[in-house]
Design a protein around this ligand. Structure first.
Ligand code: MN
Length: 188
């Protein structure tokens, strides 16, 4: 179960009578921790990178999206924790709501912590290293907080067999849930 208050900021920002986003009531049932990357066409297009840590999705907004090329260090701005059931949210956040715009699940899968510390501790210590097993993103990645910054982190692909110069953001733009491109998401 989420720790008390870990979703406070998420809930404060949203009116669940108006937005189709989940309110975070469902508890976790999965065995392996999940990760999700959501493509979000808000005021600025970005990719939300989320890792399950202690019952919530720790979240970063990545303006340029993740890269499989270890040379690309991608800015990842820490945002509020999201509930676990957000991981399969796809739809349209209404105009009057925080983060208004279309959302698709661009990638989804499980991950393994490759650091020696538990994820929560590694998060507090500003350095996460983990192995992703998604449909588009695979292999080891690091998320490292920038010095003298409150919210800015860097998302970096580690060098391994899964490192690549291919750009899945361009080559595979569609949702792993619905197969739809973000432009194809319509109001229900
Ligand atoms: Mn977002």
């Amino acid at each position: 179960m989420p720790e008390e208050n870990s979703l406070k900021e998420y809930k404060k920002k949203r009116d669940f009578k108006s937005t189709p986003e989940p309110s975070g009531k469902k508890p976790s049932k999965k065995e392996n921790p999940v990760f999700v990357v959501q493509k979000h066409d808000a005021s600025h297009l970005h990719y939300d990178f989320r890792l399950e840590i202690r019952g919530v999705l720790a979240s970063w907004a990545v303006p340029k999206g993740p890269s499989l090329n270890p040379k690309n260090k991608r800015l990842a701005v820490k945002t509020e924790n999201h509930p676990l059931d957000y991981a399969d949210f796809e739809g349209i956040i209404p105009k009057d709501q925080y983060g208004a715009g279309r959302v698709i699940v661009w990638d989804y899968g499980t991950y393994k912590n490759s650091s020696e510390q538990p994820m929560k501790k590694a998060l507090e210590n500003s350095k996460l290293v983990f192995f992703l097993n998604g449909e588009k993103l695979k292999g080891e990645f690091a998320l490292i907080k920038m010095k003298n910054s409150e919210k800015n982190w860097l998302l970096i692909k580690k060098s391994d067999d899964h490192a690549s110069k291919k750009n899945p953001l361009k080559n595979k733009p569609e949702s792993v849930l619905s197969g739809k491109k973000i432009e194809e998401i319509k109001k229900k």
